[in-house]
Design a protein around this ligand. Structure first.
Ligand SMILES: Nc1ncnc2c1ncn2[C@@H]1O[C@H](COP(=O)(O)OP(=O)(O)OP(=O)(O)O)[C@@H](O)[C@H]1O
Ligand SMILES: [Mg+2]
Length: 489
C-alpha cells in the first residue's frame, strides 16, 4: 500500500477543488493465461488484501479487462491462442502503457527473452511457473508501481502545497523546511540556509526567491569560496577602471546586479575576516563603494546566505565574525542530511533514474530489494548530489536490466573485497554479525577460488571443473570478486 500522506498542519489551506483525485491505492494485477491452472495458482500466490487479482484466458477478454481495469501489473503468457507471442505484449503495451509487464513463455529461449524485454516486459518467466516465483516477481513489480506512485504524489504535494516543483520530499523534517520557506519567502528577512554538501541549499535559495515578491527581478548567486580575497571584493562590490592590476574597465558587482532582487551568498563560511567586515557594513547599510571608487551606491537587495560550515564553531575558533553571524542568522533553515531522511531515498532515486533514463533514452533499471537495502544503509556523505550522480551512472550501466548489488560502488557494498589479499578472510568486528556473514561469504569464495586458480595456473576450464561450476559462472564470479586469470598464468 502507498503510505498515507503526511499529516496536514492546521495552518495549511484545504486542498483546492478540482484538484486531481488521489491515485487509487489498491493495486490491480491481471493474469492472462490460457492454462487455467496458472490462474488458480496465481490466486493462491497473489491474493492479498491490498490488491485485486483478475484472470482471463484469451487475448480478446484481456483487451476488454485492460480497458475496464487499467491494471498496474499484467502477467501475460505468450501462448494465448488468439494473440500469440509478442502480439499480446504489444497489444497490452498499447492499451496500458503504464502497466508493468511480465511475460510467461511455454518454451523459454534467449531470443524470446530479448524480444519480450524489447517489447516492454520487465521479466521473462519460463514454464513451469511456481507460486513462490510468481509471487516474488509480482511483488517486485508492484514495488516499482508503488515507487512511481509515491513519486508522482510527492511531486503533486510539493507543487500543490508549496509550489516547489524541483524540491522533492516526503520526509516530515523536509516538509517542515517547506513550511519554513512558505513562511519566510514573502518577507525581506535575511535567510541563512545550513546543511551538509549536496542537501539542496541552492534549490531552497531558488524556491525562496521564486516565491517572493522579488521574483520578477534577478536572483544573483555568488560562490564566495571560489575567489581570492581581492577578487571577491571586486565580485561583490564591483570596481572602477584601473583600481587594481587587471581591472581593465569599470565593472558592476553582484550587489548592484541583484538590485530589487535577491542575492545568494553561497559558501559564506569560506570568506576571510576582512571580507566579513566589509560585508557586515554593507548588509547594515545596504550601501557601498565600488573597489577604487568614491561614490556611495545604495541598493535594495534581499540576502539569502548558505553554508555547510558549522558557523558557531567557526565563531568560537575566531574564523567567522560573531556580529556577521548574528546579522545573517535572522531566519535559519537547516536541511537534514539524506541519511536522516531515508524515506526520501527511494523517492529521489526513482526520480533521478527516470530523469536519466529520459535524457539518455535508455529504460530505467529495476531495483531489487537486496540492492535497495544496501542503498538505504549507506551514509551518503555527498547527500542528494551523490545519489543523483550514481543514478545517472546506473542507468547507463544497467541499460534497462536490474541494478544488481554487485554493480554498487564498493563504499556502498561495504568493504571492497577486490582490494584485499585474495587468500585472506578478514573478521571486521565493528559491524553486526549478519553483515559480517554476508561479507565473509564473498571473502571465503574469493580465498577458495584463489587457491584453485593457483593450483590450475589460471586455467578457467580446469578451475571451473574443480569448483563444480561452469566456466561462464566462474568467470562472472571472478569478475565480481576482482580475480584475474592472467595473474595466475
Ligand atoms: N529535495 C530534492 N529534490 C530533488 N533534487 C534535489 C533535492 N535536493 C537536492 N537536489 C539535487 O541535488 C543536487 C545538489 O543540490 P544543491 O546544489 O542545491 O546542494 P547544496 O546543498 O547547495 O550543495 P553544496 O553545499 O555542495 O553547494 C542538485 O542537482 C539538486 O537539484
Ligand atoms: Mg550549493
Amino acid at each position: 500500500m502507498a503510505p498515507p500522506p503526511p499529516p496536514r498542519r492546521a495552518s495549511e489551506p484545504e486542498p483546492s477543488r478540482g484538484r486531481p483525485r488521489p491515485e487509487p491505492t489498491r493495486e490491480i494485477v491481471l493474469v492472462i493465461d490460457p492454462v487455467d491452472i496458472t490462474g488458480r495458482m496465481a490466486r493462491l500466490a497473489l491474493a492479498s488484501d491490498d490488491r485485486d487479482l483478475h484472470h482471463c484466458t484469451t487475448g480478446q477478454d484481456a483487451m476488454v479487462l485492460i480497458h475496464q481495469l487499467q491494471p498496474d501489473v499484467v502477467v501475460a503468457a505468450l501462448d494465448v491462442a488468439d494473440l500469440p507471442g509478442l502480439r499480446l505484449l504489444q497489444a497490452v503495451r498499447q492499451r496500458a502503457p503504464r502497466a508493468v509487464l511480465l511475460a510467461i513463455a511455454g518454451t523459454p529461449t534467449v531470443e524470446g527473452a530479448v524480444q519480450a524485454l524489447r517489447a516492454g516486459a520487465v521479466d521473462y518467466i519460463g514454464r513451469p511457473v511456481s507460486p513462490g516465483m510468481l509471487s516474488e516477481k509480482v511483488a517486485r513489480a508492484l514495488g516499482d508501481v508503488r515507487a512511481a506512485r509515491q513519486l508522482s504524489q510527492a511531486q503533486r504535494d510539493s507543487r500543490d502545497r508549496h509550489g516547489f516543483s524541483q524540491l522533492l520530499s516526503r520526509s516530515p523534517r523536509m516538509l517542515q523546511v517547506f513550511d519554513a520557506i512558505t513562511a519566510v519567502a514573502p518577507t525581506d528577512a535575511t535567510v541563512l540556509i545550513r546543511g551538509e554538501t549536496g542537501t539542496g541549499k541552492e534549490l531552497v535559495a531558488r524556491a525562496l526567491h521564486e516565491h517572493s515578491p522579488r521574483s520578477s527581478h534577478p536572483l544573483i548567486g555568488i560562490n564566495c569560496g571560489a575567489f581570492t580575497e581581492t577578487l571577491l571584493e571586486s565580485e561583490l562590490f564591483g570596481h572602477e577602471k584601473g583600481s587594481f592590476t587587471g581591472a581593465i574597465g569599470k565593472r558592476q558587482g553582484v550587489f548592484e546586479m541583484a538590485d530589487r532582487g535577491s542575492l545568494f551568498l553561497d559558501e559564506l563560511g569560506e570568506t576571510s575576516l576582512s571580507v566579513q567586515v566589509n560585508l557586515l557594513r554593507v548588509l547594515e547599510e545596504m550601501a557601498f563603494r565600488r573597489v577604487g571608487g568614491t561614490e556611495m551606491i545604495s541598493v535594495d537587495v534581499r540576502i539569502i546566505a548558505a553554508t555547510n560550515v558549522h558557523l558557531e564553531e567557526a565563531v568560537r575558533s575566531g574564523r567567522f565574525r560573531e556580529d556577521l553571524f548574528y546579522r545573517l542568522n535572522v531566519y535559519p533553515i537547516t536541511l537534514p542530511p539524506l541519511r536522516e531522511r531515508t524515506e526520501d531515498i527511494p523517492l529521489l532515486m526513482r526520480h533521478f533514474l527516470d530523469d536519466a533514463a529520459e535524457e539518455y533514452e535508455i529504460p530505467a533499471p529495476t531495483v531489487p530489494p537486496e540492492t535497495a537495502a544496501l542503498i538505504l544503509r549507506y551514509r551518503w556523505p555527498g547527500n542528494v548530489r551523490q545519489l543523483r550522480a550514481l543514478c545517472e551512472r546506473w542507468v547507463i550501466q544497467c541499460r534497462g536490466a536490474e541494478l544488481r548489488p554487485d554493480l554498487l560502488p564498493a563504499e556502498i557494498i561495504g568493504r571492497d573485497v577486490s582490494t584485499e589479499a585474495p587468500g585472506a578472510v578478514y573478521i571486521d568486528d565493528s559491524i553486526p554479525l549478519d553483515q559480517l556473514m554476508e561479507r565473509v561469504g564473498d571473502q571465503v569464495e574469493r580465498a577458495y577460488l584463489h587457491r584453485l586458480l593457483l593450483r590450475h595456473r589460471g586455467h578457467l576450464q580446469h578451475t571451473a571443473a574443480a569448483a563444480g561450476t561452469t566456466r561462464r559462472t566462474l568467470y562472472t564470479r571472478m569478475k565480481k570478486l576482482g580475480l584475474d586469470a592472467e595473474s595466475y598464468k
